[in-house]
Design a protein around this ligand. Structure first.
Ligand code: GRF
Length: 204
């Protein structure tokens, strides 16, 4: 059984989608641990509900980001991860964290990257007059919301949309896209090689 560790900051609906996919689709992988950057992350309840071990690594005042990332890496490593998933994890990670988990660290972002990295993606997409929005799952590299794309899904931007209605439509797609992308990794169909996503040939 392979181990997935999920990092969250908020409500954890993508975490729930991953936990369900592991169970429903009989993956050779399970969520071995959930790590939040704050004890108030509502998604920790999802971990409790499914009896998944969890930990909180707070960025305490006075601690440098690098030191906090080192501690975070130590805690994540404690779950012996084969993959680490950033599912609504709202912190920027240090280069050494990213390098340490290179090739097994993925993120879901609520825009069609490389458009609208960072925050307020839905508002920015509406303001730009986009007629299409969506979500991206990608390998994490040192740039913010950069890194080779594993999968994307689109939704229409409808007349009258505001950031909230668009976010809800995108989130629904994230709940399908993220488990699908993770399934491709868990089943060994895709991997990161030389900075690109490559399909692993099936044995004949
Ligand atoms: C998702 O839209 C994710 O793409 C973004 O933050 C949101 C997290 O939602 N980074 P949840 O915590 O998984 O419900």
């Amino acid at each position: 059984m392979k181990n997935i560790v999920v990092l969250i900051s908020g409500r954890g609906s993508n975490l729930r989608a991953i936990v369900q996919a592991c169970a429903d689709e009989n993956w050779p992988a399970r969520v071995a641990g959930v790590v939040a950057d704050r004890s108030g992350a509502a998604g920790l309840a999802v971990a409790r509900e499914h009896r998944i071990a969890s930990a909180v690594v707070d960025l305490a005042a006075g601690v440098s980001r690098d030191a906090w990332c080192d501690e975070l890496a130590r805690v994540v490593d404690g779950f012996a991860p084969d993959w680490v998933v950033l599912a609504g994890f709202m912190r920027i990670l240090s280069p050494s964290f990213v390098q340490h988990f290179e090739g097994r660290l993925i993120n879901v972002h609520p825009s069609l990257l490389p458009a609208f990295p960072g925050l307020h993606t839905h508002r920015r997409a509406i303001e730009a007059g986009c007629t299409v929005a969506g979500a991206t799952v990608h390998f994490v590299t040192e740039g913010l919301d950069a890194g080779p794309v594993i999968a994307q899904a689109t939704v229409p931007v409808l007349p009258g949309d505001d950031a909230e209605t668009l976010a809800a439509r995108v989130l629904e797609r994230e709940h399908v896209l993220l488990p699908q992308a993770l399934a491709a990794l868990v089943h060994g169909r895709l991997r990161l090689e030389g900075g690109r996503v490559v399909q692993v040939p099936r044995p004949v």
